[in-house]
Ligand binder design. Sequence first.
Ligand SMILES: [Zn+2]
Ligand SMILES: [Zn+2]
Length: 319
Amino acid sequence: MNCKRCGSKAVIRIDYANLTLCAEHFSEWLETRVEKTVKDYGMVAPGDIVAVAVSGGKDSTTLLHVMKKVSERMKFDVVGINIDLGIDRGTKYSSLSTELAVRNFELTGVNYKVVKLKETHGFTIDETKHRVKRPVCSTCGLVKRYVLDEVAKEIGANVLATGHNLNDMAVFVMSGYHTGDLQNLARLRAVSPGENGYIKKIKPLFLTSEKETTTYALVNKIPFLLDSCPNNPKVGGPTSDKLRRMVELTEEEIPGFMLRLVENFERRIRPFFEDLPRFNLGKCKVCGKPTNSDRDICSFCALKIKMNGGEVSNVVSGE
Ligand SMILES: [Zn+2]
Ligand SMILES: [Zn+2]
């Protein structure tokens, strides 16, 4: 298997593009592809400050390195964020995650901030496990969304980038079709405009497959965390795990399936959801962020109050 561009030994075959590429030409191909995605979908404008959320895994570390390169061509700034969520359970998962994120911030030379959830908000994800009814991965998602938004603004960013890849997006789309949850599908966006007090959010790798992000990390010797979270070794639970396998098997049979599924969803299907009646938004009495209008306090503040030993009487049960 030789590189189609230079004839030297190829490191990857990209079936849907009918390409085999060496390390150097693959890296160039992926960086150009991400730059094109960023431009085509209006993700970043010159002068923006983009905060990249880095967990230390292959996707987020690849995202950081690629966005740093793209930023030099497109004239925007990149800063890094890592949240130490306090997930340990005998694996030191969060401290390893922070260690690897910091190594990558230093390798790319970006300014960065590490936030320890315990220090800033008084609790860890591990501690929530037996104190709240919500499944731990759902609590963790809520905390990450809230804290990333908060920290990105604190460090002066106006855009927040996360490492969701093409496989993740294909699974989200399939799972939305499967459950028929239109509100969830409507929120599934490559670019969420900053509105209602939230920062603009982008997914620059949403058209880049997991095989591509992993290969990029490996051939560029990017240090990344191989371990998966001890709370969730199979991401998303059994049903979404099976959907992931189904999507990936289909990709093998029909090269380009994931790309068409996700691109068609973003460009041709999701726009129909924009007219869906939205939840009525109210304001959280504690932090001022948007909340469902039937609540006084947003889900994050309710969680924080509970975890810090307070009473939350006016919160809908299940939190
Ligand atoms: Zn080559
Ligand atoms: Zn709040």
